[in-house]
Design a protein around this ligand. Sequence first.
Ligand SMILES: [Zn+2]
Length: 259
Amino acid sequence: MRIVIDGQKIPANVRATKDLLLTLKTIAKTLDWKLWYDPGNEVVYISSSSNAQSTPDDLSLQIITEVESNRLQGKIICLDPGHGGSDPGAIGPNGTMEKENTLTIALLLSELLEINGATVVMARDADQNVAYPNSTPDDELVARVNIANEADADLLISIHNDAFTGITAAGTTTFHYGDEESAALAGYVQKCLVEELGTKDRGCRFASFYVIRYAKMPAILVEVAFISNPEEELLLASTDGRTKAAKSIFNGIVKYFKV
Ligand SMILES: [Zn+2]
């Protein structure tokens, strides 16, 4: 992983770990720096606020500048990375866990939302149960939807990986509880995901999942791809696939708000 501060490359090449990224993120937040991680190229870009006028000469940094905006200013978006802690979610044929894929996608998505002015409320931002350690599945769902409702969020996005007993099931599905706004949001997100990931379009579907049923705001549950399918498991575990998933959900949200 390389680190670039205000366009200057830091002469160090360290292994990218979640701990390191979260530490850098905490430092950036404390010092009011802007931080962006490009997982595809494993580069961390940091822009100190005192030096925000400096002209970025790095191509990747220009991409960051491009997506940075205030278009989601005033929006509160609750992200619910499925599972976590004692609940790994579905486990792929190669042993990768749904809870890790959902968390990384949600963290990448939260960065994109925040640099565009949104306030992000995370149901969890680490590998943990949300209600209490080793909580029951029912209590977990209640805790997650409560976070969204108590934050008075404008949207709730629950992120999951699909799974089936066979290895051939594949594709992307976005679920909603049937109200017009949630269905519209699901439509935009589903379209962006399928286009960006190149996955089979399983469509937007109605479902009575607890988190989307009891959310007081437009809410969707995204099944990004099938972790039980070896090919899609790889996609979900790769930095490239996770980044594409995060960008697609972000693009769907932006289209929904028409900003
Ligand atoms: Zn799940």
